[in-house]
Design a protein around this ligand. Sequence first.
Ligand code: PAN
Ligand code: ZN
Length: 176
Amino acid sequence: MRPFTVSMNLDNINFNGNHIVRRYEDIKSIFKSTDISLEGKNPVIYEVFESPVPEQQGHLIFLVTILYPGKVNEEFFMTKGHYHTVENTAEVYLGIKGKGLILCQTKSGDFEVAEISENRVVYIPPFWAHRAVNIFDEPLIFFGIYPAHAGHDYETIAQSGFVKRVFSKNGRVVIE
Ligand code: PAN
Ligand code: ZN
């Protein structure tokens, strides 16, 4: 592979790699309850633009995630969340726009919440699952980099979830 550059222009982002779009109907099972007001509209909850890099050890995959503002009943829009399949692989997120929380947890029950916002860097160590939550009324946009061979284990989170959820209650952000 040869060195390359891509544009970070957020008005027209395209890294020429995978473009993942997740709508309400695709991921509604991750939320605590279903929301009839979203059934017909089936809004896009988030999208991810990945770099066109082979999923091989030695490479780094970089990406931009756009997590839209909104709620499923009182629960803020969020990503599915995952462990890396190769568990001893870390990840770095750099906040570009908006405000959010990165929920992190380990299989031994440790839990941590990291704030993400413009110019804030979040380091997700090896063995920590991670899920982004948009707690603001604008898109949460962040850049990320992780080892290309890491892989995504969604199954563990689908089965046991995160230990905490983030809600909007009376205009306040509540983690419970
Ligand atoms: C990110 C995430 C992205 C979407 O690129 O994949 O934000 O979240 P889910 O993958 O949990 O749906 C990352 O952490 N990659 O490893
Ligand atoms: Zn990850």
